[in-house]
Design a protein around this ligand. Structure first.
Ligand SMILES: C[S@@+](CC[C@H](N)C(=O)[O-])C[C@H]1O[C@@H](n2cnc3c(N)ncnc32)[C@H](O)[C@@H]1O
Length: 215
């Protein structure tokens, strides 16, 4: 995301923020990011305040991990200068089989009690963001697009895809043996729900919600 911003705005000073030090380390290893106009910050976006009003805040595939969007989005809009934009992309896939099966396996497996009080940050629909931001902004655009990702490697590839995101909070609750059993059940479910296309790849539908709010 940072590289895209640098290309799109060659004169801009860019701050790249992530709460995970590994992500920042990986970004620091990329040569194109090692230039004076990039400042890398390790921090929680919810508590981040810009040292001066920003022309653009871009949050790609990250805010779905952060609770309380009713406070977070207006807080980010307040960091913008007049006429500047907050641009956010979040996955909108909680109703997809890949997520529904996680909830089902968690609640029906021998580990069900471990998930009794399990809660993910809530996801909101387009109307929520429109109603939240339009009193604060001159313009709010919201749209939803379903990407269909062709994945080589069948249902195993679907499981791999979600290991880096949706599966993580579930696996974190389990011991090593339970994790292996959970993954096995999840793989079987993915084999049922995502049959191969004619070329053997799996076409993974992935809806995403976009919000661009301009002050
Ligand atoms: C799927 S990655 C996207 C990374 C990057 N934005 C991109 O577009 O390539 C999601 C990132 O959100 C970060 N994240 C999660 N919660 C966060 C928070 N409260 N504040 C800052 N970053 C957070 C994670 O550490 C992770 O690196």
């Amino acid at each position: 995301s940072t590289e895209v911003l640098l290309q799109r705005y060659p004169d801009a000073q860019v701050t790249a923020l992530d709460s995970d030090p590994d992500m920042i380390d990986k970004a620091r290893e990329r040569k194109r990011l090692c230039i004076p106009r990039v400042r890398m910050v390790i921090g929680d976006i919810a508590g981040w305040s810009a040292p001066e009003p920003q022309d653009l805040i871009l949050a790609n595939a990250s805010l779905q991990w952060v609770p309380d969007h009713a406070s977070l989005y207006p807080h980010l809009v307040r960091q913008l200068s007049e006429g500047a934009s907050l641009a956010v992309q979040t996955p909108d896939n909680l109703d997809e089989p890949a997520h529904r099966q996680l909830r089902e396996i968690a609640s029906q497996g021998p580990w069900a009690t471990k998930f009794a009080d399990f809660q993910l940050p809530p996801r909101h629909n387009a109307a929520f963001y429109y109603d939240l931001l339009s009193p604060l902004c001159a313009r709010v655009d919201v749209w939803r697009t379903t990407y269909h990702h062709p994945l080589m490697g069948g249902a195993e590839a679907v499981v791999e895809w979600f290991k880096g995101s949706a599966l993580r909070p579930y696996l974190a609750k389990l011991d090593e043996r339970e994790q292996a059993d959970f993954l096995q059940m999840y793989l079987q479910a993915m084999q049922r729900d995502y049959p191969p296309a004619s070329d053997g790849k799996v076409l993974l539908p992935f809806p995403r919600l976009f919000v661009v709010a301009t002050r």
